[in-house]
Ligand binder design. Structure first.
Ligand code: SF4
Length: 374
């Protein structure tokens, strides 16, 4: 099977071009087409000789994500449903002008990307896991989510481009959160291959500190990440501060209970010395009582973690709801009174199925319903 051109590193391309007796500057030109011009076809690469384009096309694929559906809300959060080459669907969400939830205060826009089709981890509040896990995304499919969103943006009429690009960079998506569909650390090798290319100066050029990897708490992979020299940020989808509450909504807690997870985080911090983020979705009557705020504050203090509180986004077919605003505020105040840094996210995209996996689930079920019987 052919490899996709966007799964290759600079070094691999140089080796290939050397084998073909092509000059080194052709690699630079190719990379410019892939990661700056976001070329969708070989034919677009007009300064590469036709013979080289034919050789490339013979040896490699150049797959792009096809936009199946897009939803945008008045605050310009955009949700994209992509159709992959094999017909599977994944989602990405572009959140412009986001306050500094993950990166620096100057971040203008955050792109949330997926790493798997479906998810095997079955968190009870999440749409992504409802129909189970289908497959891992390949490195190029992870990378393409960034390029495809930028390609879409590039085709918008100027007057509709309400999203600024940062003057210092020509990347629209200069802050990534790996928090879409799937458990990122369950697709560890493909994710890291993709992130190295997105980070490389010859590739995406996105700073490692602008990339946040989220996990539901896979302790062994957190230890592995601690050994990686890249300085990515780490976010933990915690959602419960005791094994009793967390275990009720996140089956992964049975495999890696809090003691094991926090030991892995201790190790991560001993190697990285970096602040981590706890994601905590506030679900009415499940984890929003003050008896969870206290152990959460204790965990956050011990691990030097910041806490992002996210009021729950309702998912079709699930009965969970978000707490009233006064309960959200009281929970935040309880954390702050213990000296913990917390933010309460006024969730953008609330009206566009922004909770991960919902748009894909809806589309796949609609397509299934359209299939002829028999
Ligand atoms: S919250 Fe994340 S890990 Fe849990 S089911 Fe959803 S996608 Fe999977």
């Amino acid at each position: 099977m052919k490899r996709d051109i966007k799964s290759l590193t600079n070094e691999e391309l140089i080796a290939q071009f050397t084998l073909w007796a092509e000059p080194a500057y052709r690699v630079t030109q190719l990379l410019e087409w892939l990661y700056r011009q976001r070329a969708a076809t070989w034919d677009q690469m007009s300064n590469l000789p036709k013979s080289l384009r034919q050789k490339l096309a013979g040896e490699y694929t150049l797959n792009v994500l096809n936009l199946a559906h897009r939803q945008g809300s008045p605050d310009t959060t955009q949700k994209f449903l992509w159709k992959l080459a094999d017909g599977a669907f994944v989602e990405s969400v572009l959140i412009p002008a986001n306050p500094a939830l993950y990166g620096e205060a100057s971040d203008r826009h955050t792109l949330c990307i997926s790493t798997q089709v479906g998810c095997a981890y079955g968190c009870k509040f999440c749409a992504s896991g409802l129909d189970g896990w289908k497959r891992n995304l390949q490195p190029e499919e992870i990378i393409e989510q960034v390029l495809a969103v930028e390609r879409w943006h590039g085709h918008q009429p100027q007057e509709l481009k309400r999203i600024d690009t940062t003057p210092a960079s020509d990347r629209l998506a200069n802050n990534l959160v790996i928090m879409g569909m799937g458990e990122p650390l369950a697709n560890y090798d493909n994710l890291m291959a993709a992130l190295r290319i997105l980070n490389a100066s010859w590739g995406g050029g996105i700073g490692a500190r602008k990339i946040t990897i989220s996990t539901s708490g896979l302790a062994p992979q957190i230890r592995k990440l601690a050994e990686d020299p890249m300085q990515f940020r780490l976010a933990i989808s915690l959602h419960g501060a005791t094994d009793e509450v967390r275990g009720r909504i996140m089956p992964v807690n049975r495999k890696y209970p809090l003691a094991e997870l926090t030991a892995a985080l201790d190790y991560y911090q001993s190697r990285k010395g970096r602040m981590i983020t706890f994601e905590y979705i506030l679900i009415a009557g499940v984890n929003d009582a003050l008896d969870q705020a206290r152990p959460l504050a204790a965990l956050a203090s011990r691990l030097n973690a910041k806490v992002n509180l996210i009021p729950y986004n309702a998912v079709d077919g699930l009965s969970w709801t978000r707490p009233e605003e006064n309960i959200q505020e009281a929970f935040l105040a309880a954390l702050e009174s213990e000296g913990v840094t917390g933010t309460l996210r006024r969730e953008k995209g609330h009206d566009i199925d922004a909770a991960c996996g919902q748009l894909r689930l809806k589309t796949e079920r609609e397509l299934r319903d359209l299939k002829p019987l028999g």
